[in-house]
Write a protein that binds this ligand. Sequence first.
Ligand SMILES: NC(=O)c1ccc[n+]([C@@H]2O[C@H](COP(=O)([O-])OP(=O)(O)OC[C@H]3O[C@@H](n4cnc5c(N)ncnc54)[C@H](OP(=O)(O)O)[C@@H]3O)[C@@H](O)[C@H]2O)c1
Length: 402
Amino acid sequence: MTVPSTFKLNNGKEIPAVGLGTTKNSADVLVSFLLLPTHLDPLDPFVRSLRTAGPRCEMTISRSSHVPLGSGSGNPSLPNPALTIQRKGEVAKAVEAALKAGYRHIDCAWGYGNEEEVGEGIRASGVPRSEIFITSKLFEIHHHPEHVELAIKDTLNKLKTDYLDLYLMHWNLQPQNRADPPQINFQVDVPAGQLPGWDHVVKADNGKIKLDVPLSDDVTPTWRALEALVEKGLAKSIGISNFNINRTKKLLKEAKIKPVANQVELSIQIPQFELVQWLQDNGIVPEAYSPLGGTEGTHLRENKVVVAIAEKHKVHGATILLSWLLKRGIVVLPKSVTPSRIEANFQTVDLSDDEFKQINDLAKSHPPNRVCDQSTSFEPYYDIYQENDPEFSDKVQFAKEK
Ligand SMILES: NC(=O)c1ccc[n+]([C@@H]2O[C@H](COP(=O)([O-])OP(=O)(O)OC[C@H]3O[C@@H](n4cnc5c(N)ncnc54)[C@H](OP(=O)(O)O)[C@@H]3O)[C@@H](O)[C@H]2O)c1
């Protein structure tokens, strides 16, 4: 099987198989979200502690850092202390370089706080808008139906475009907006016509973010507002992100427009075989975020099995990690601000059946390890992925249908 350049969505449109991720690195996201001084030292213990305490997955990074992959793994262990901070303009340059290198798919999000720069990069590339597939994401503090259109319009203004190719619900949860007490689900004390920000979010006594439990448990009102965006031509397609099988099934029961894609964490350290198969069986394209293991994923690219296959093909370890996901029918969204890596990540190879099996075996050889989980950031605790739930884990839900 050759590596595909696009995948077909369930509405007949095509999505380019390789997209550029545009998330900022963790310390920079902290700066923009928490309005901390911009000269913070990323190695400062306070900054590092915020990384693990913060609500954003791009801030929280690794739960357990590096998990050895299989008995023959290369250099599994020490967490990488070096956090690179993106400088202003870096994302614009990365987007421009990617489009000039042949990418036609850019993955961004309101929550990354850099959509203006993504727009600048797109315009600087000279590639016509009509040739580019742009994804953005509805941030979790904008799930109230009256905020959804405002949110996409804010994103479109920042990108300086008039439609998105794909708009994803970034998370299946919604923090409480300030309203004391917020008895009525959609009543928030944000001035009409204005988007809520983090200063409208309610904190619990323990410092965690209070969750709007009804709107997190049932995202139908938010999904209806997303469906309206398709009708208005503001988004060509809509989808979800960070949804497990159980939560996707629940949404499918209510959806008039079926999600076309589910963007979830996928790499050799979190292969999610059941979720991927279930999505494909149900006509939803899986998209891989953190496909290289994120900022601290060096140990994945340097794994012995990965390196041996990379040497045979004369490519980077990263290329092998991405090619394995593509061969599984998954859209990949590697992030880089380094032109040579941006180019390398676009060069996929066709893995032989034996090489594919070797990487499958490697991915199965260890417990799953996520870069991205914000379940513990909320009050009450919200089990986003339900991984160990006796009824709702993907394993159990998948087995039920077999
Ligand atoms: N939906 C969600 O909730 C969600 C969550 C997380 C991420 N995402 C999306 O997925 C994208 C990718 O995820 P990610 O940024 O977490 O992680 P990633 O793409 O797995 O890894 C990015 C890291 O790998 C480095 N890198 C990239 N290519 C490389 C290569 N060829 N060789 C060596 N190192 C390389 C990058 O460094 P340099 O940049 O310094 O080159 C960066 O530190 C994000 O940008 C975002 O668009 C979505």
